[in-house]
Design a protein around this ligand. Structure first.
Ligand code: HEM
Length: 402
C-alpha cells in the first residue's frame, strides 16, 4: 500500500486536498513513513502550535551533523550552522523571545502602513513595464520582484542586486525542508556568507549614520546584548529574506491561480475594493503558501488518544487545517467575504508569523491592482509546475496572457 501521506508524490503536490480530507476524517493523528506524526485537524494544529510541551524541530542539530561530516572531508558548513542557530524560528524560549524581540517592532501596523505607499508605487512601475506585452510570467515578472523589493527597502539594502538577493532567498528557503542534500547545504553555506558580507557592509554604514530602516533598529536594539556579534545580527537579517520572500510570492501566485479557477471571485476581487482584505485572507486559507511546519514533543502526552513520546516529531498540517469543515463552512469553496476566517496560514502561538501584516498588505495591493490594470488577463490553469519544496506551496511559473 502506498503511504497515505507522501508530500514528495507529484499527485499530492498537484492537489493535496483529497489526502488531507482522508487523514482528517479517518486518521487525524497519522503515523507517517517520515518517522513523524501528522496532524491535520484545525483544533489539533492550533493545539500543537500553542502548547508549550511542543518545541521547534532542531534543524540546526541536523546541520551540525552534516557539518561534522563535511569537516571530515576538509570542508565545513560553519557559516550556515552559526546562522541557523540564530534563525529564531528554529529556537525555543528564552533565546527565541530575546532574538524575536530585537526586530518585532519593525513589522508593526504603523510600520507596514508607512510602507504601503512605497510598494504601491513599485507595483505600479512593475505594471507599467508589463503594459503593451501580450503575456508574461506572473511569478517571474510580477509576484517575484515585489517582496524582495519590500524587504530590501525595509532593511535599507536596496542598492544590492535584487536578483541575487532573490535567488539566494529562494535557495536558502530549502533549509526548512526535511530532506536536503549535502550539495544543497554547501550551496546554502555560500549563500549565508554572501548575505553576511552584504549586511556587514550595511552595519558599518548605519553605525556611522543611522537611517529609518530595520538595520538601524536592530543595531540600536542589540546594544546591551554583548554576546551578539555582527554575524548573529546578519543572521537575523538573512532570516527576514528567507521567511518573507518566497511565501509572499506564493500568496500572489497561488491567489491568482485560485481566482482564475473561480471567475466570480475574480470579478469581485477586481470590482469591489472593500473585499480586498477578507479576500486575501480567504486566498491565504484556500491555497496556503506554507503548507506545514514541524514540532517536537518535549514530554510524553496524549494527542486525540494517541500516545506521543518525548522526542517524537509532529508534522503540523497548516494547509489541511485550513480546509477543516469543523471550522470552515464549505471549506472547498472560495468565498472572498468569508468572515470570520480563523485560518492558520500564518501559524499560531509564539512563532506566529512576524511579517503577517506586511505580507497581507502586499497581497491587498498587488492582486486587485493587477486585475484592474489588465481586465482581460488570463492565467494558465493546467500543466502547472509546483515547486519541489514540501513546506512552501508555490508555482515555479504562471503564464499570463493579456
Ligand atoms: C503570505 C506570506 C507569508 C506566509 C504565508 C507566512 C507564514 C508563516 C508561518 C506559517 C510561520 C510560522 C512557522 C512555524 O510556526 O513554524 C511564519 C513565521 C515567520 N514569518 Fe512568515 N509568512 C509570510 C510572510 C512573511 C514576511 C513578509 C515576513 C517578514 C519579512 C515573515 C517573517 C516571518 C518570521 C521572521 C517568522 C518566524 C517567527 C518566529 O519564529 O517567531 N513572514 N510565517
Amino acid at each position: 500500500m502506498p503511504p497515505r501521506f507522501n508530500p514528495f508524490d507529484d499527485a499530492f503536490r498537484r492537489d493535496p486536498y483529497p489526502v488531507y480530507r482522508t487523514l482528517r476524517t479517518e486518521e487525524p493523528v497519522h503515523r507517517s513513513f517520515l518517522d513523524a506524526w501528522v496532524v491535520t485537524r484545525h483544533a489539533d494544529v492550533k493545539f500543537v502550535l500553542k502548547d508549550r510541551r511542543f518545541g521547534v524541530d532542531p534543524i540546526p542539530d541536523r546541520i551540525a551533523d552534516r557539518h561534522r561530516f563535511v569537516q571530515s572531508r576538509g570542508g565545513n558548513l560553519e557559516a550556515l550552522l552559526t546562522a541557523s542557530r540564530r534563525f529564531f524560528f528554529f529556537l525555543d524560549p528564552p533565546t527565541h523571545t530575546r532574538l524575536r524581540g530585537l526586530v518585532k517592532t519593525v513589522f508593526s501596523a504603523g510600520a507596514v502602513e508607512r510602507m504601503v505607499s512605497i510598494f504601491t508605487a513599485y507595483t505600479d512601475r512593475l505594471l507599467d513595464d508589463l503594459s503593451g506585452r501580450d503575456g508574461f510570467d506572473l511569478i517571474e515578472d510580477y509576484a517575484g520582484p515585489l517582496p524582495v523589493f519590500v524587504i530590501a527597502s525595509m532593511l535599507g539594502v536596496e542598492d544590492f542586486d535584487q536578483r541575487t538577493l532573490k535567488g539566494w532567498s529562494l535557495d536558502l528557503s530549502r533549509i526548512l525542508d526535511p530532506l536536503v542534500s549535502l550539495e544543497e547545504y554547501q550551496q546554502m553555506d555560500e549563500i549565508v556568507r554572501g548575505f553576511e558580507a552584504c549586511f556587514r557592509e550595511m552595519f558599518a554604514a548605519r553605525r556611522a549614520r543611522p537611517a529609518d530602516d530595520i538595520i538601524s533598529v536592530l543595531l540600536a536594539n542589540a546594544r546591551g546584548h554583548d554576546d551578539l556579534q555582527e554575524r548573529d545580527l546578519a543572521a537575523i537579517c538573512t532570516l527576514l529574506f528567507v521567511t518573507g520572500e518566497e511565501t509572499t510570492v506564493n500568496l500572489i501566485g497561488n491567489g491568482m491561480l485560485s481566482l482564475q479557477r473561480h471567475p466570480d471571485a475574480w470579478a469581485r476581487m477586481r470590482d469591489e475594493p472593500d473585499l480586498a482584505s477578507t479576500g486575501v485572507d480567504e486566498l491565504l486559507r484556500f491555497e496556503s503558501p506554507v503548507q506545514l511546519t514541524t514540532r517536537v514533543a518535549h514530554e510524553d502526552l496524549d494527542l486525540r488518544g494517541v500516545r506521543v513520546r518525548a522526542g517524537d516529531k509532529i508534522v503540523v498540517g497548516i494547509g489541511a487545517a485550513n480546509r477543516d469543515p469543523d471550522v470552515f463552512e464549505r471549506p472547498d469553496e472560495l468565498r472572498l467575504d468569508r468572515h470570520p476566517n480563523p485560518h492558520v496560514a500564518f501559524g499560531d502561538g509564539i512563532h506566529y508569523c512576524l511579517g503577517a501584516l506586511l505580507a497581507k498588505a502586499q497581497g491587498v495591493v498587488a492582486i486587485p491592482r493587477l486585475l484592474r490594470r489588465f481586465p482581460t488577463l488570463r492565467v494558465q490553469t493546467d500543466n502547472l509546475q509546483w515547486r519541489r519544496n514540501i513546506v512552501v506551496r508555490g508555482l515555479t511559473h504562471l503564464k499570463a496572457a493579456v
